[in-house]
Structures are given as structure tokens and as C-alpha cells.
Ligand binder design. Sequence first.
Ligand SMILES: C[S@@+](CC[C@H](N)C(=O)[O-])C[C@H]1O[C@@H](n2cnc3c(N)ncnc32)[C@H](O)[C@@H]1O
Length: 198
Amino acid sequence: MSLKHSYSLIAPFYDVFLEAVTRAPRRKSLTSLLPNVPQDVFINGVGTGLDLPHLPQQHRYVGLDLTPGMLRRSLRRRDGLHFRAVQGNAERLPFADESFDAAILHLILAVVPDPAHCLAETARVLRPGGSILVFDKFLRQGERGLWKRAMNPLLRRVATRLDVVFEELLGAVPTLQLISDEPTLAAGWFRLIRLRKG
Ligand SMILES: C[S@@+](CC[C@H](N)C(=O)[O-])C[C@H]1O[C@@H](n2cnc3c(N)ncnc32)[C@H](O)[C@@H]1O
């Protein structure tokens, strides 16, 4: 089963499981970190648009997702935002270099098959000095993560990877600098990370 197929099946139930539990970290990632001046903001893997209610109104947003059923739901949440939904692949973005001032990577790096490539593509479409806001679950460097690695072969095909080490992704994209990295849900399995393109 492809991720597009499984997320088409998950789409009607996604918010029931994810909306409440992820609300606080989303708010923390988004509200304080986007600047006041209007900017072009890219939401990679926008899903059902759970980020949209936390986004300030002054920016112009483009949300991309592979799965039409997820993307359609995001449109119901745009509510006055300048928001455009684009169907596409997070690993081959249909945008020119340096198209955006900021990017949001919430619960997408640990989903796509090649997260380093997804991060590199996001950096490519970002203007120099732009920020990337990451909220996701990562293995710590050197963590054995036995049950996570055991579940990974099944779960990576239908919903999410459990074996992504963030530091390995960052090491593969030399244009990005780490600005902050703090633990959030599940005793720090999930992290809020801010990056800047040099
Ligand atoms: C776990 S959901 C996260 C959605 C949203 N960012 C959030 O925070 O709730 C993962 C999303 O990634 C999308 N997705 C999976 N593979 C993708 C790909 N290669 N390119 C773009 N989107 C993808 C799925 O359709 C799904 O909407």
C-alpha cells in the first residue's frame, strides 16, 4: 500500500486522533516564531490543515500534500487566511528556488521515504535567511529504540517512520543551521526544532 493510499483511508479519522494532542506544540511552534511582516510561507505536507487555525493572518500560505483527501480537508480550515493548496510530492517540490521566506515541516519529515531529500528540497525553495519550523518525532543519536525499529518496517509503509535521526538529516543539508531544538510530547520523542538557511 502506498502512503497516498493509506492517508486517503486515514483522512476522515486523522483529526480525531491528532487534533487535541498536537494543539499545544503546534501553537508554540507557529505563533511565536513567524515574524510580523507579511511573508510567503510554505507548509510542506499540510495534511488536513491542523496548523492553519494557529497561523497569523498577515502572511501568504501555500500548503502542499500528496493526498487529495487530506488536502481537501485543509481548505475547510483556511477561514480568512491567504491560503493556496497544491497537490504534489514533498521530495520533488513544484516551486522555483528561493520562493518562500519561511517553511513549516510539521509531522512530515518522519513520514516521507527520504526525509533528507525532503529537508533539502524545503531548503532549496527557501530564501536565504528564511526559517524552517519542524515539529516531529525523531530517534536520538545512538538511541537503540528497539520497539520503534521493530515496528518501523510496517508503519513506514502505511503512516509514519519511527527510525529517523534528525541530526543525520541536518548533516545532509549544509545550507541549514540549527537555531533551537526543544523536547515536547512523549518525553521528548517529539521535538520542536527551528532552522535557518544561511
Ligand atoms: C502525519 S500527516 C501530517 C499532516 C500535517 N502536517 C499535520 O501536522 O497534521 C502526514 C502528511 O504527509 C502527507 N504525505 C505523505 N507523503 C508525502 C509526500 N511524499 N509528499 C507530500 N505529502 C506527503 C500525507 O498525505 C499526510 O497528509
